[in-house]
Design a protein around this ligand. Structure first.
Ligand code: ZN
Ligand code: ZN
Length: 352
């Protein structure tokens, strides 16, 4: 039996290490994919830590149901190597992006196509073994998407940062006032959001990030205005320049400061979608919420239908590629450390 290599989490809050096991044999509807690329996501850091920051020193345990060693990585693209007996052998050898947000397939949310809401989810690289490995076992071929003629890196990153940014932005479509849009937090997801927003929205796009390098990258990649939230009087300036604030905001960072900035610059009747998971605890005076008639919606990952929709847009050439850099899979931990230190612009994609 062939062996597979994994960059495994063997202990929470400790560096990944390489483990070698037998390559699994797919049963029933399962598909074995040889991983070509796997993107590195900020949420991989939280999974490695074993908790999410709730603010005030409180932590949410995210280790529930996980058995170690565990393989992280949920932005996967690869080649079908073997299929279970219920899957057509024609799939073998095809190059696919792997949708990771897989539900139980049994509950009411899964039945509605909202597998991303499933409580008994089987998210790849989050609840079951993911793509920081030579191979990944996928529960069903329906989670495999064609991506030709896109580059494999772009295909892989569509599956988390892509579908997250796309889904978050979709929640701002069809609003009554669409005069301006602000994207806060220009990490891998935010930069993708910027690319999609240029296809999905007609209005001027502003961005905000503490990092000058990220703001410059955003301005080079289609943003009209870039704000530094730490600048003195930035809120006043943004309100003045937008004639009353932003109708639509996505907070791709999702921490106390980014949300504080979002609620100070949202227009009356505006909406904020929060999809970042940097964590912390955010408080908002009730009267400010009500006076401003603001809507705040939390959003995480996307549905399989949204992934297919996004992939169709990308394959039709309607989405500009975002900054990415390939690094060896064996250096997964080194790049996790770089990401933790805030030293990464764009997306890191690990290559086998
Ligand atoms: Zn992710
Ligand atoms: Zn379910």
């Amino acid at each position: 039996m062939a062996e597979m290599r994994r960059q495994s989490l063997v202990k929470f809050d400790a560096p990944l290490c390489e483990t070698i096991v037998e390559t699994p044999t797919p049963t029933a509807k399962e598909v074995l994919v040889r991983v070509e690329r796997c993107g590195l996501c900020h949420s991989d850091l939280h999974i490695q830590d074993g908790y999410a920051d709730l603010g005030g020193g409180r932590k949410l345990d995210t280790t529930r149901g996980m058995t170690l060693p565990f393989t992280l990585g949920h932005e996967i693209a690869g080649i079908v190597e073997e299929v279970g007996p219920e899957v057509s052998k024609d799939l073998i050898g095809s190059r696919k992006a792997v949708f990771p947000w897989i539900g139980c397939g049994q509950c009411r949310d899964c039945a509605n196509g909202d597998e991303n809401l499933c409580l008994r989810q089987r998210f790849l690289g989050v609840a079951i073994d993911g793509g920081f490995a030579s191979h990944v076992l996928v529960p069903d071929a329906k989670y495999l998407l064609d991506y030709d003629p896109l580059p494999v890196d772009q295909a892989a990153t569509m599956m988390c940062s892509g579908v997250t940014a796309f889904g978050a932005l979709k929640r701002l479509l069809g609003r009554p006032r669409q005069r301006n849009l602000l994207l806060i937090g220009l990490g891998g997801v935010g930069m993708m959001g910027l690319a999609f927003a240029q296809t999905m929205f007609k209005q001027k796009i502003s961005v905000a990030d503490l990092s000058a390098a990220a703001r410059e990258a955003a301005l080079r990649n289609g943003a009209d205005v870039a704000y530094d939230p730490s600048e003195a009087d930035v809120v006043k300036r943004a309100i003045r320049e937008t004639e009353g604030g932003f109708d639509e905001i996505v907070d791709f960072a999702g921490n106390e400061k980014s949300m504080g900035f979002a609620v100070s610059v949202v227009a009356r009747g505006g909406k904020i979608v929060v999809s970042g998971l940097m964590g912390g605890n955010f408080s908002l005076p009730m009267v400010q919420w009500i006076y401003k008639r603001m809507t705040i919606e939390g959003f995480m990952v996307g549905t399989l239908a949204e992934a297919y929709e996004l992939m169709a847009l990308a394959r039709a050439g309607r989405i500009k590629p975002t900054p990415m850099q390939e690094q060896p899979m064996g250096e997964a931990q080194k790049w996790i450390d770089q990401l933790r230190a805030g030293k990464v612009v764009g997306r890191i994609v690990l290559k086998n």
